[in-house]
Ligand binder design. Structure first.
Ligand code: SAM
Length: 234
């Protein structure tokens, strides 16, 4: 399966990137006339045929739609910046577990400031191609947590993974409130007291525990999204 940001309609020509062309010919060993599934995040999934394969890349031809456009549940994963490698894992798992959007955030104790993010987009696309989803999660540039909270739509419940120790188990909270619109995971150093205080004062925030042990941010993100997916059912 390939993600190609091109309009997909019967007969349309589709030009994969050079890397994708190489993947089609050298890895998948496709030849002219062979088929590949393509999606663009808007027009559903299409069966395409390899029309040309040359040094300057391949050209596909859109044949027929195999699946109408569909989107997974509308979950934002708000994740404090942690080491690059772990952020890459988190983006990949968020795409696999159905998050619609990954929002990187800077908190009092985030101590990494690599900025993005082209690589993270490529990881999101690759994971979306592999999972069979028809959209690619957006990965937003890092924003300060206060700024995200200031502009938050209070109709969207935010599950705050709080390792502080006295929060309810996430599974119990979800049984009561239903799947949230967003999950917030803190940095390696955890949330500062004043951040925790602000978060717990907000009506749309649901503090939850992911168990008695302190998880790394990437483990916490995967655990929380898995519980959310179990509650959301899709
Ligand atoms: N403050 C932690 C400590 O004392 O080592 C470090 C924070 S932890 C590495 C990173 C984030 O994962 C936390 O801010 C929290 O959002 C989430 N997290 C980790 N373990 C958790 C747990 N048992 N329950 C809820 N959230 C957890």
């Amino acid at each position: 399966r390939l993600f190609v940001p091109h309009p997909l309609k019967a007969g349309a020509g589709v030009a994969p990137t050079i890397d994708q062309s190489r993947y089609l010919t050298a890895v998948m060993r496709l030849s002219v006339g062979d088929e590949i599934l393509v999606f663009n995040g808007q027009d559903g999934e299409w069966r395409c045929s390899l029309a040309e394969a040359g040094k300057r890349g391949c050209v596909l031809k859109a044949e027929e739609q195999t699946r109408p456009q569909a989107y997974g549940p509308d979950l934002d994963l708000v994740i404090a910046m942690v080491k690059r490698g772990r952020v890459e894992t988190i983006v990949e798992k968020a795409a696999e577990l159905g998050a619609r959007r990954v929002r990187l955030t800077q908190t009092r104790r985030t101590n990494v400031d690599f900025v993005k993010l082209g690589r993270l987009d490529a990881i999101a696309i690759e994971a979306a191609e592999q999972t069979g989803r028809l959209d690619v999660p957006a990965v937003d540039d890092p924003q300060k947590l206060d700024k995200i909270l200031d502009s938050w739509d209070p109709a969207r419940r935010l599950v705050f993974c709080d390792e502080g120790g006295d929060a309810r188990p996430m599974i119990e909270a979800l049984a009561e409130t239903g799947p949230p619109a967003a999950i917030l995971i803190g940095p390696e150093g955890g949330f500062a007291p004043e951040e925790r205080e602000r978060l717990r004062s907000l009506p749309f925030v649901i503090p939850v525990s992911l168990g008695p042990r302190i998880l790394r941010a990437d483990t916490a993100a995967i655990a929380a999204m898995t519980l959310w997916q179990a509650a959301a059912g899709d």
